[in-house]
Design a protein around this ligand. Structure first.
Ligand SMILES: [Cu+2]
Length: 163
């Protein structure tokens, strides 16, 4: 069963501002899973915010991200943006997102993202938004989204493997 497209919160995430040099966000680790460069955009209280990050799985089995929660928002949904007939739409990913063994999944503008529904307070550049990622087998990982205007430089899961 397909979730209906969600158009309302799409436009806020599309604007790309290149004003500030991005700050390297803190990475977080849970076993074989590494979360890189969690970040968010400025937003007003009561509005919906977005969250982006990259999840890498260095293990031998798939890992499923089931959802997320935060004291900063009423609710968090996992969405995927996609073009349909020339219109950008978003769909809820209620089944979660699978990170394949040895692979990584990027949550980034235009693709997967976290929708922070009903922000409890305004979030400005430099602030941190605590988010708990909920993985399969009841595993949880706390990350902090750094609020910034522009995306961070492309996340690299394993820079030590660069040649
Ligand atoms: Cu969305």
């Amino acid at each position: 069963m397909k979730a209906p497209p969600i158009a309302a919160c799409a436009l806020a995430a599309v604007a790309v501002l290149l004003a500030a040099a991005p700050v390297r966000a803190a990475d977080a680790k849970l076993g074989a899973v590494t979360v890189l460069q969690p970040w968010s955009r400025p937003a007003q209280a009561g509005m919906n915010g977005v969250g982006f990050l990259t999840i890498a799985n260095a293990g031998k089995t798939p890992v499923t991200l089931k959802g997320a929660q935060s004291p900063a928002a009423g609710k968090i949904e996992i969405h995927q943006s996609a073009m349909a007939d020339g219109v950008m739409t978003m769909r809820r990913q209620d089944a979660g997102v699978v990170i394949p063994p040895g692979g990584e999944v990027a949550f980034a503008p235009g693709g997967y993202h976290f929708m922070l529904l009903g922000l409890k307070r305004a979030q400005g550049p430099g602030q941190k938004v605590p988010v708990t990622l909920l993985f399969d087998k009841g595993r949880k990982l706390q990350v902090e989204l750094t609020v910034q205007l522009a995306p961070p430089p492309a996340a690299r899961a394993m820079p030590e493997h660069a040649h």
